[in-house]
Design a protein around this ligand. Structure first.
Ligand code: TMP
Ligand code: ASP
Length: 237
């Protein structure tokens, strides 16, 4: 597999073309950002931890029947993935209230949401990733109605698999964000699943073990990601 040009540089990952037009290399950097890029820092080991964390989760999801872009780990900070045509949307499921939903709706952090709720956000940093609904998606042509339904169905299927996986490790999956793309016309899970894009709390103490540690300046960010991984049985070195 030959690495060629940088195709895209995000806030925490870079994507490269390869000699295979259908495959890309995803590089997890140590860069960490929050608040749509307004807070940025380099955190040692984070690229490696997130790359291995993502590989573990993507393999679990594949085994549960969720089609993902993940092909295989290449090295500490890089993975090979299928090239998707990304849909410009972020799919969020919330099992417990935290973050923006608390600010928007004035609900207390930790409120249990029964049933879990779903939100779409438009992927656009300049606009601060605004929340959008099914009608916006249709009217502005960001995705087709059947793709919208598929994204919802897959995002909830991921919830069934991962809620239990984290619970078995003594953690609560509070919320998470997924991104999807098209591969040969099918809606396929892309991007990543790491503690950068979800909230995880210790089941007993409700200690935050995810990127809120960075957002809120709580310290031990990568140490917490590794703790989550260790509880799931992930080997980092
Ligand atoms: P929120 O509370 O900020 O709306 O985020 C909900 C969850 O989705 C939280 O785990 C963080 C994740 N998320 C991202 O990782 N990136 C984003 O751009 C958004 C909107 C959410
Ligand atoms: N909106 C997410 C956060 O606040 C992602 C980002 O902006 O980088 O962390």
């Amino acid at each position: 597999m030959e690495k060629r040009d940088e195709l895209y540089k995000g806030k925490a990952k870079s994507v490269y073309t390869t000699d295979d037009p259908n495959s890309l290399i995803m590089l997890f950097r140590n860069d960490t950002s929050a608040f749509d890029g307004k807070k940025r820092e380099q955190l040692a080991r984070k690229g490696m931890v997130n790359n291995k964390f993502n590989a573990f989760i993507m393999e679990k999801l594949h085994a549960a029947g969720v089609e993902t872009h993940f092909i295989r780990l290449l090295n500490d900070q890089e993975s090979l993935v299928k090239r998707l045509q990304m849909l410009p949307l972020e799919c969020v499921v919330r099992n417990l209230a935290a973050g923006s939903v608390c600010r928007r709706l004035g609900v207390q952090e930790g409120l249990e949401l029964n049933p879990p709720t779903f939100e779409f956000f438009l992927k656009n940093d300049e606009l601060g990733d605004p929340m959008v609904n099914d009608y916006h998606i249709r009217s502005f042509g960001w995705a087709e109605p059947d793709q919208v339904e598929k994204m919802k169905q897959l995002t909830f299927q991921v919830n069934d698999v991962l809620k239990q996986l984290f619970l078995d490790g003594g953690m609560l999956l509070v919320d998470y964000k997924l991104e999807f793309g098209l591969f040969e016309g099918r809606v396929v899970l892309g991007d990543e699943f790491t503690p950068d894009g979800c909230r995880l709390w210790d089941r007993e103490t409700r200690k935050k073990l995810d990127k809120d540690r960075f957002r809120q300046g709580l310290g031990d960010v990568v140490e917490s990601y590794e703790e989550v991984g260790r509880r799931l049985g992930i080997q980092f070195d």
